[in-house]
Design a protein around this ligand. Structure first.
Ligand code: ADP
Ligand code: TRP
Length: 343
């Protein structure tokens, strides 16, 4: 519905959604359907903030060249997929120094016990105990404090909603707890209490071996690989040894389970029929999936390649994004300093 001309500008009326994307691997088809696409849709409803959580990635990405590469890949991916940097606020976390100052302030309002219970840390401790190691073996203070930095990302921008997957829900609750404890001490609503916006009806895309597509399993279909490489990966999809003429269960087939997320209803019905009746050759089906992915992502890949070949343009876009973000974070940190009595 078009807004009447007399209404206040949408930035004043819209609630704020904010989400961070960790540059910890080359984006795959699962990331697109499970995270990128649904997150981009939120820009229709909210004043949306998207940022590259590069300092969060430092807890796992320790090779500087890889870090550098991943950051640009993620920026280029989101732009190629339709993120409009003029409509939304799109920036790199590391370009906003106020976030790190806020992290310290917030850490003074974070119960250590709260961090002891954070899933990622707890999982490490449990694994260490099981193996009879020191319980903090292999745990950096960065990993332990990860939720505080995330709270800072969120609370800095007066965020109302944080679109994330189920696995991140606890982090939003921690941010809420920290905000409440801060507000409680100073007797005023300085920090907005954020809510998780759980995107749990999004698709889970299986990988080429049928397990959840994940970079940790090495079973991904990359979003923007060159066609030859994409085709090669699709030809590696694991199938059973049924002959073309045999009837097959489409829902048990790895090719179909990727195909179904992208096919038109008509194509899907046609292909399903062929599986059930017999007459489907896996090799041909793989070729059809390859062509479908080419048709779906081919154009975005050209844009992605253009961006990746013009990093200066990516830097310009991110610098403009950081300026927009800092128009909020600079006054916010001043307010925080004033609140705590540091002037
Ligand atoms: P990976 O499992 O490859 O390491 P991440 O954990 O970095 O991926 O996930 C980044 C985002 O992409 C998360 O929001 C996650 O829920 C989503 N995602 C990852 N894999 C899939 C998948 N196979 N299907 C749907 N969403 C996925
Ligand atoms: N921890 C998130 C993840 O692993 C990334 C992230 C960092 C984030 N800061 C955030 C997500 C703030 C939402 C809001 O996916």
């Amino acid at each position: 519905m078009a807004a009447p001309a007399t209404e206040a500008p949408k930035t004043e009326t819209k609630k704020i959604s904010l989400t961070g994307i960790k540059p910890s691997g080359t984006p795959h088809v699962g990331n697109y359907l499970g995270a990128i696409k649904p997150a981009l849709k939120l820009a229709e409803t909210f004043q949306a903030y998207y940022f590259i959580a590069d300092y969060h990635a430092l807890t796992t990405v320790t090779d500087p060249d890889l870090m550098h590469q991943y950051v640009y890949e993620i920026i280029a991916t989101w732009l190629a997929m339709g993120l409009d940097p003029d409509e939304v606020v799109f920036y790199r976390q590391s370009d906003i120094p106020e976030i790190f100052e806020l992290t310290w302030i917030l850490s003074c309002y974070t119960a250590k016990g709260l961090l002891n219970r954070a899933h990622a840390y707890k999982a490490k401790v449990d694994a260490n105990r099981e193996e009879d190691r020191d319980e903090d073996a292999g745990v950096s203070a960065g990993l332990f404090n990860y939720p505080v930095l995330m709270a800072s990302d969120i609370l800095m921008f007066n965020t109302n909603y944080v679109p994330v997957g189920q696995d991140q829900k606890q982090h939003i609750e921690i941010a809420r707890d920290i905000a409440a404890s801060f507000n409680n001490n100073y007797g005023q609503e300085v920090l907005v209490l954020p809510e998780a916006y759980i995107m749990d009806d999004v698709a889970t895309v299986p990988g080429i071996d049928g397990r959840k597509m994940s970079k940790s399993y090495g079973n991904v279909v990359p979003l923007f690989a060159p066609p030859k490489q994409l085709r090669k990966q699709i030809m590696r999809i694991v199938t059973n040894s049924q002959q073309p003429e045999e009837p097959k269960d489409p829902d048990a087939d790895n090719i179909y389970n990727i195909y179904k997320h992208f096919a038109s209803p008509e194509d899907l019905a046609r292909v399903r029929q062929t599986y059930l009746e017999g007459g489907l050759a896996y090799g041909k089906m793989k070729q059809e999936l390859f062509e479908l992915l080419e048709a779906t992502f081919g154009e975005a890949r050209s844009q992605y390649d253009e961006y990746m070949n013009d990093k200066a343009e990516l830097d310009r876009i991110m610098t403009r994004g950081a300026e927009k973000a800092r128009a909020i974070s600079v006054p916010m940190i001043e307010k925080m300093r004033k609140t705590v009595g540091i002037r």
